[in-house]
Ligand binder design. Structure first.
Ligand SMILES: *Cc1c(COP(=O)(O)O)cnc(C)c1O
Length: 424
């Protein structure tokens, strides 16, 4: 349902690359190499983004400062460690569409999800339900279930799963709103993965948040597959909180730190329960040691520990690439290259391949989930042998993501050619 018009053939793919304003960014990344010396076609940026070439220099800087300055690096490093997280805030807030005061880089995703639920899931005997997706990411489900139990409630009663209609894979917007409305006063929190990791469906956060607020519930989103991928527009969505990781589309390295958004309406809300640590305390008196906890206004007030600088240095290198590229440019290429991939796959005209990701560009990012009927893992393994790094999800889905920063149109063309022969 894209309004792009594409043509077939390799020469056309090459012409798209030549006129691609983002093409120079491909060289800003290291590309994994096959045994035969050729680079892989890397379509797995939804799982682990490639390494920006600037990472090593940024980490070396901190290693050097640590070796020459020791503890003094907290104040005298080229990028002082004491406020290091602040160097990430502005770029990160642009990526997710938030005000800088609403964003902080800290911890990892599942940890942040728990911290946010400590504040935004405060169940009572009558209002205690949480909505998640039926096919929610396992970690999200564990986090939510354990929070329900932590408060002495039963997940069998309090966990409400949104399931697609019979014969459908994606959720309909209206069905989500209906569930929220029907739960009414009993609903405490809506917590959806946004974008869904399996189908690639990007939910209407603003609509869902509005519906949640109308029944007096909170709305929070796990944006692991959205950050750096789709236009999240977090502030305007009105969401109460959001969490994400930085190692998927944000290319910051395995297990790197996550991000956290707290809407500014909660910036100074002392009534919100929270787990506290010294890094969330007023910077002026942080070392006073005897002062009662005095949270920093905004998202920073949820920090616990002094953060790992080496991991933050990698994030800084990655954010520099996003700053240079510009989010509008990135989204524009994401829409086009994803639509191009969709066009080529549909052009294969294979009965046993179906794209389960929404067709509307406003309801997806740069991931396509391809369902291969009657497939087993062998198909996927053969594709991998041919030099494609993608991602297999049981029972029969191949997830591919033509990440706009480093995937070329010719990569996409080559991938679909390989798919064609291996699915024969
Ligand atoms: C990747 C991902 C996670 C991973 O959580 P970590 O705490 O970073 O290990 C959690 N939830 C979703 C939806 C994800 O996509």
């Amino acid at each position: 349902m894209s309004n792009f018009v594409f043509e077939e053939g390799r020469a056309y793919a090459q012409s798209l690359d030549q006129s691609d304003p983002m093409r120079s960014f491909r060289d800003a990344f290291h590309h994994p190499v096959q045994a035969n010396g050729e680079t892989f076609i890397y379509l797995c940026g939804n799982s682990l983004g490639l390494q920006p070439k600037g990472v090593r220099g940024k980490i070396d800087q901190e290693l050097n400062d640590w070796s020459t300055l020791g503890v003094e690096g907290h104040f005298h490093a080229k990028n002082p460690w004491m406020p290091y997280h602040e160097f990430l805030t502005e770029a990160m807030s642009k990526i997710v569409g938030a005000k800088p005061s609403e964003v902080v880089v800290m911890n990892t995703l599942s940890v942040n999800l728990h911290l946010m639920m400590v504040s935004f899931y405060r169940p009572t005997s009558t209002r205690n339900k949480i909505i998640i997706e039926y096919d929610a990411f396992p970690s999200d489900r564990y986090a939510v279930e354990s929070q329900i139990r932590h408060h002495g409630y039963d997940p069998a009663e309090c966990l409400i799963e949104l399931k697609a209609r019979e014969g459908e894979v994606c959720l309909r917007d209206q069905d989500i709103l209906d569930v929220i409305e029907n739960l009414g006063d009993s609903l405490a929190l809506v917590m959806l993965g946004n974008t869904n990791y399996y189908t690639g469906q990007f939910f209407d956060m603003a609509g869902i948040t509005k519906a949640a607020h109308q029944v007096g519930a909170m709305a929070g989103f796990d944006c692991a597959h959205g950050a750096g991928n789709v236009n999240l527009d977090l502030h305007n969505s009105g969401a109460d909180f959001a969490v994400w990781c930085s190692y998927k589309y944000l290319n910051s390295g395995p297990g790197s730190l996550g991000g956290c958004f707290v809407h500014e309406r909660h910036a100074d809300n002392a009534a919100l329960n929270r787990f506290a640590g010294w890094w969330g305390h007023n910077k002026e008196t942080r070392f006073g040691m005897r002062d009662p906890f005095d949270p920093i206004s905004g998202a920073e007030g949820w920090q616990l520990s002094n953060p790992p600088i080496l991991s933050m240095a990698a994030i800084k290198a990655s954010l520099d690439v996003f700053e240079e590229a510009g989010m509008e440019n990135l989204w524009a290429k994401a829409r086009k290259i994803t639509a191009y991939m969709e066009y080529l796959i549909l052009g294969l005209n294979k009965q046993d391949i179906q794209i389960i990701t929404p067709k509307e560009m406003s309801r997806r990012g740069s991931q396509l989930s391809i369902q291969v009927k009657n497939a087993d893992r062998n198909v996927f393994d053969r594709i991998t042998k041919r030099g494609v790094i993608a991602d297999w999800r049981e029972p029969d889905v191949i997830r591919v993501s033509p990440v706009p920063l480093y995937v070329s149109y010719e990569d996409v063309y080559n991938f679909v050619e390989i798919l064609k022969t291996e699915i024969a």
